[in-house]
Design a protein around this ligand. Structure first.
Ligand SMILES: *Cc1c(COP(=O)(O)O)cnc(C)c1O
Length: 383
């Protein structure tokens, strides 16, 4: 019996979004313009944030915020080993040194109880990740950051729509960076944004985003705009296009319903797998929060399952079910080992999770029948 391949993630693109992309293409204005301006306002309203800067992707957002903070060689940025390469790479590209703090093995978020030990006189920024859309304990994080006078960049790539103590991620704190990659909770194709309440930082990121030019293309060439501008620094080309903005406007309207379906499916896994000895399930902390389940990532217990994670992923693929790996512990990749002296044993919780974690299929369009199929196939694989 051959059933259709079920991917571990798939974006939901409405007919209205497709129609608006076509309208954008036909309008004669494809790059940064009125649709990105509208998307910016919609994000400001949704997030309750004064400064939102849409960008080509979230990696650009991490890069530009770190550059805007003017890090000097030798400065240290603290982050987690349980993240995507972009988090560490941008720290290095901004000229700083990544310093890692091990994770809590039950939530996979940075263990904030270990954070203070990692702070030195060189530390400038703390860059936690809201793993899978589960907010880190922001009260504890900012208490430590404020006491040591450190900036915070929340890598919120997984966390749009998530809440901490009744407030949306992005509505408070220092700086947040969201991703709109196709696998994330909402998409613009590629895309991302920086969010802050710091006017100076927003201005600097705005300049770095577009050639160091202090006005965007629409203002310069639009009906009302003047054509002259100043270049005040050597900037990048990290602006978001209107084609992306068109998709984003529609995605943002649907985001809460996407996240509600994600939570439903994740809870369905949590209930169905609760009695399976082959799995150790992700846990949630006691503080009040809303988890947006960007991914559903249990840990495989290889001794009980009689197979390792790679064998499990291969067996699922043979049954036409996709799985993902988010993430292998970053400190064990060759570049970081060789340049920053990380080694096996440095972060035991991250390493144990890294060996056993797997992302099961989870996306808003996934049906209950498809969910049941995943469970049935896993049952047959373990039997
Ligand atoms: C996806 C992701 C990024 C990068 O996002 P892009 O929009 O693809 O650049 C950064 N950090 C984490 C934790 C991510 O999952």
């Amino acid at each position: 019996m051959s059933e259709e391949f079920l991917p571990f993630s798939r974006p939901t693109i409405s007919r209205a979004a497709i129609d608006d992309v076509v309208a954008c293409l036909e309008s004669g204005w494809i790059t940064t313009g009125p649709r990105v301006a509208q998307f910016t306002e919609a994000l400001q309203t949704y997030l309750g944030a004064p400064y939102v800067l849409p960008l080509a992707n979230a990696t650009a957002g991490l890069h530009l915020t770190l550059l805007a903070l003017n890090l000097q060689p030798g400065d240290e940025v603290i982050t987690t080993p349980m993240t995507f390469a972009a988090t560490l790479n941008t720290i290095i590209l901004a000229g700083a040194k990544p310093v890692l703090v091990d994770i809590d093995p039950t939530t996979y978020n940075m263990d904030l109880n270990l954070l203070e030990e990692a702070i030195t006189e060189k530390t400038r920024v703390i860059m936690p990740v809201h793993f899978a859309g589960l907010p880190v304990d922001l009260d504890q994080l900012y208490e430590i950051a404020d006491r040591h006078r450190l900036r915070v960049i929340e890598d919120a790539a997984h966390a749009i729509g998530a809440e901490y103590k009744g407030k949306r991620i992005g509505s408070m704190g220092d700086i947040q960076v969201f991703s709109f990659h196709p696998n994330k909770n909402m998409t613009t194709g590629e895309g991302g944004c920086v969010v802050t309440r710091d006017a100076g930082l927003a201005k600097q990121v705005g300049l770095l985003r577009f050639h160091g030019i202090d006005r965007e293309a629409w203002n310069r060439y639009g009906k009302s705009g003047k054509q002259d501008y100043e270049v005040v620094l050597p900037g990048f080309k990290y602006n978001m296009m209107d084609i992306q903005g068109a998709i984003g406007l529609h995605q943002l309207r649907e985001l809460d319903s996407f996240n509600a379906r994600r939570a439903e499916l994740a809870n369905r896994y949590q209930e169905a797998l609760a009695d399976w000895p082959q799995w150790t399930l992700p846990e949630q902390p006691d503080y009040d929060h809303k988890h947006v389940w960007h991914i559903y990532t249990p840990l495989l217990n290889p001794d009980v399952a009689h197979m390792d994670r790679e064998e499990f992923m291969t067996a699922m693929k043979e049954k036409n079910i996709g799985t993902g790996l988010h993430y292998r512990a970053a400190h064990l990749y060759p570049y970081y080992r060789e340049n920053f002296g990380f080694k096996l044993g440095d972060f035991p919780h991250a390493e144990s999770v890294s060996d056993r974690i797997v992302s099961l299929p989870l996306f808003p369009l996934m049906t209950d029948a498809e969910h049941d199929r995943v469970l049935d196939v896993m049952y047959s694989i373990f039997k």
